[in-house]
Ligand binder design. Sequence first.
Ligand code: GCU
Length: 671
Amino acid sequence: MKRVAIIFMLLTISAATFCASGTSVPDTLRLLSIANSYGQDAVEQNLHEIALADGHVMIIGNMYIGGCSLERHWNNAAADSATYSYRKVSAEGIHTNTKGVTLGSSLKDEPWDIVVFHQASALSGKPETYEPYLTDLLRYARARTPKKCRMMLNQTWAYAADATHPAFPDYDRNQQKMYDALCDAYRAEAKKHRLSLIPSGTAVQNSRASYNGDNVTRDGYHMHWWFGRYLVACTYYEAIFGKDVTGNAFRPQNLSAERTLLAQKCAHAACMHPFTVTDVKAGPDYFSRYVASLEMTPHIREYTLPDALTMKDGSRVDTPEKWFGSRRPELLELFETEMFGKAPGRIDGTTWDVIEEDRNALGGKAVRKQVKIDFNRNGRYITVLMYLPAGAAGKVPVFMGLNFEGNASVSTDPGILYPTHSHAKAYGVYTAPARGAQAERWPVEEIVSRGYGIVTFHTSDVDPDFDDGFRNGVTPFIFKEGQLYPEPDQWGTISAWAWGMSRVMDYLETDPDVDACRVAAIGHSRLGKTALLAGARDERFAMVVSNCSGCCGAALSRRDYGETVESIVHLFPHWFCGNFFKYARDVDSLPFDQHELLALVAPRPLYVASAEQDAWADPTGELLSLQEARKVYDFLGLDRGLTGYHIHEGGHGITLTDWTHYMDFADRYLK
Ligand code: GCU
């Protein structure tokens, strides 16, 4: 017994040395994964790039059948069944997908250096489900691969604590229990077959123990498009090459530097301690910085703002023609390519239908209309909710803005439609709001009583507000065949929301009750950033209102106060385009600052509002920014009154008091 144990130890150590020394790593390393969707998460993206950044070329194959267990793989091998999608990444990083492939032929397709197996997630913690299938599969694979080919086992991961996976009850819906069970099963199999292990499941647990929390999956069990997939690829890299992945130069688009490093540290710690969760002690402490910012006294950071009236080539903007003809387009282009990402125009085939209308709503005070703007693509449509003053003599001016929680959150009016079940499902994450949950932000009756209409729609209709890798919103509309993510200058979520405002404007131009020449774009907070971009981009908006829009809205980035560019791209990477990330730690290199976004609204009326206790949004930075933007209004010879400002008592929010200021202001320009 003792002798067997010693021989086993020696073999394991030599396997580890073989891996860690790196001496046996061939020029091009060929890895075949025999897996399921977890294999897709693990090897199809990032791994090739991580290896390349460290000077290694990889050819990667992934034999894919959704949910496939070891038993099914073995049955497929025995029956030589051609049921796999054989997904491959070539040495040049080109992706192909061949359907109807057998296991036998994939094993012969390349002189593989490594073949990786894993159990289906649902069965991963059930040791009795591994055998005899793994034994059979290993024998089968060894007979078809070069002698030097290493067989490895990928430790799959436990589900998110709130996962709805049908197999989760088998583990009493307990993440720790699932993790412990799968550790035991993989450890026993690795030992039995003398396989080295890729400790992905532990890397995932490490990240859960960090500031990242349980935000590593996208649906409770598959890896998050950016962070989770990268984390697992890092684990593969280090386990295969035996090189510390920390510091690897490849960084996936839309993953901040901090989370990239966090993933690397979690992967590295897992490779060091494959069955123990490690506190990797990583992380910027943005949230405590946030709390601290609430009490912060303004600090003065030295900065020089770019001059709105100087062109990129250094020449002076000396005439209004040069502003409108050259500088304005130049600045807009910079905001689009470097911060928010470019959006398309109208989508061919878009239709609109008034799906509900009540000309006697809110006890006779308002006309309520609900309009479906259907892009007839990917099932995406916007449901617009409108309240217009009842009995208006002609077309009315309106305020248009997105809402955070769904149209039904705007008022307790029972006539507001709820999203259909399938539509809500397409949002990815969505909890139907209580009717009127955000009614305080939308004083509808007061607004219509002053002669204005309200036009609103839900962010999720355009792009749900979370980092899902740009799958579930309108963003894929512009992707070319095979494109998975926006290009570095293509739209992020804020740009998509602002685009949505323009599409609603297209409809308003046809509505007989609305004066499309008197539409004010309005938004609070992230939606204030959106309103500014919509107004800058689409000159059909006759006025723009930004309420507590803060960082990347009205506030100056270079002050680096409250929320900073570094923290916003970390917390909300999906809001921006890929090009923006390079400025995270170098705001001084931004080719613009936010006063120039405000200036793009000229010559139209612009209103900025802040809140006294909203240090996170840097009220001073918002005011200074507006003052700078006024220089452009002055230069254009415009009335100073066209730029309004107030700061309300209290914190981050929008209330009737703010709306009253906006309507008073609008009375001057939209009435
Ligand atoms: C966060 C975020 C801000 C944003 C705000 C909001 O605080 O950091 O940038 O403006 O949410 O939209 O409420």
